[in-house]
Design a protein around this ligand. Structure first.
Ligand SMILES: Cc1ncc(COP(=O)(O)O)c(C=O)c1O
Length: 389
């Protein structure tokens, strides 16, 4: 047959496998070998689907809701999101300014693609969620990284240092994956002022909004009409409703940009899964008390994880939201990748290296797991640390 030369796309070859998915693969491998693996790498809540959401899925199947849906989402869901944005975020959008997608990740891809031209720069605050930089590259633009302060809080003054005439947008995420930090109103206002002064967009990833344990979540778009006009809010159902596998997200923003995202989505994936959209609709009607109960449990796990990690000798403060703790491993004189790999090999604990978030010297621990698992996992980390110190 002879060998053929593979003439691949340089653009796609420049994209890496999402590091968290790569860790998930390693974890599976160790589990298959029969090891008792502790998974601190998961990016999803561990509570079950709420009963009303399950029922809505069953009903949708029984009612044969299996056909194509409008590209931007079923009208009932767009209307419910419109109501949600007004009630929770004080944001008034026309339904045509809301586009439902197959997950916040797709919404981010849609929005960034709709804004990007070659040479455009997208500022990303470090530490950042793993996919932003690759999505920007995939869209043909250039990621530019801004530092955050010593406690990893996003700061307008540090973002400002990275602004150039080529800055097209700033991507912010709060509560933040991987640090759990949120952004206070004054800082949001200072960031908004930069966007207005230097004429760039803000892509605001608010997917952990409901998992804010300290203070209240404020959408940057709600600060003024001027900033709303320059902001695209991205959100979804994965984290707040434990619907990661159902793949429903959405974005809301200026009509012309949202129209471009709809056009793009129409050529790539079409509307999101019909059954999942009915489940998302039910999710928005979940009684608040049930949601609060699930979130309180997560908060308890946060407190436990922080307490145990402190006892184990790590210097950590309580993250304001999400379900992660980002801890320093600088005392151990190895890269975060090596630390994560050896922790997996020697103690069978999966964590995500800080390098995946653009920040060396740290690891991310997800505490969205059983309390007993948190205890056993931290014990093993402690054992590993005393061995390598
Ligand atoms: C900050 C952030 N944005 C977006 C996403 C993607 O969410 P979805 O499952 O809706 O695609 C994640 C998932 O890990 C995330 O952590």
């Amino acid at each position: 047959l002879g060998l053929i030369t593979i003439k691949y796309s340089h653009r796609i070859a420049g994209i890496q496998l999402s590091p968290t998915l790569a860790i998930a693969a390693k974890l599976k491998e160790y589990k298959a070998k029969g090891f008792d693996v502790i998974d601190f790498s998961i990016g999803e809540p561990n509570f079950d689907l709420f009963a009303n959401i399950k029922q809505a899925g069953i009903r949708a199947i029984e009612e044969n809701k299996s056909r194509y849906t409008p590209v931007a989402g079923i009208p009932e869901l767009r209307a419910a999101i419109q109501k949600k944005l007004l009630a929770d975020n004080r944001l008034s959008y026309d339904a045509s300014e809301i586009v439902v997608s197959s997950g916040a990740k797709q919404s981010l891809f849609n929005v960034i693609s709709a804004l990007a031209n070659p040479g455009d720069e997208f500022i990303i605050v470090k530490p950042y969620w793993v996919s932003y930089a690759d999505i920007v590259k995939l869209a043909g633009a250039t990621p530019v990284f801004a530092e955050s302060d010593e406690q990893f809080h996003a700061r307008a003054a540090l973002i400002e240092k990275k602004i150039t005439p080529k800055t097209k947008a700033l991507i912010i995420n709060y509560p933040c994956n991987p640090t759990g930090n949120t952004i206070q109103k004054e800082e949001l206002a200072a960031i908004a002022a930069l966007a207005i002064k230097h004429d760039f967009y803000i892509v605001s990833d608010e997917i952990y909004e409901h998992l804010t344990f300290e203070g209240t979540h404020i959408s940057i778009a709600s600060l003024s009409p001027a900033i709303k006009q320059r902001t695209i809010v991205v959100n979804g159902f994965s984290k707040a409703y434990a619907m990661t596998g159902l793949r429903v997200g959405y974005a809301a923003g200026p009509k012309q940009i949202m129209q471009l995202t709809e056009n793009l989505q129409s050529q790539v994936t079409s509307g999101a899964s019909s059954v999942a959209q009915y489940m998302a609709l039910a999710a928005l009607n979940t009684p608040r008390e049930e949601l609060q109960e699930a979130y309180k449990l997560l908060q308890k796990k946060r407190d436990l994880a922080v307490h145990l990690l402190k006892e184990a000798g790590f210097s950590v403060s309580k993250p304001a939201g999400a379900f992660y703790v980002f801890i320093s491993i600088q005392d151990f004189h190895m890269s975060s990748q090596e630390f994560a790999e050896r922790l997996m090999e020697e103690q069978h604990v999966a964590v995500v290296p800080g390098s995946a978030f653009g920040t060396e010297g740290y690891i991310r621990i997800s505490y969205a797991t059983a309390e007993d698992t948190i205890r056993r996992g931290v014990e093993r980390i402690k054992a590993f640390c005393s061995q390598v110190q």
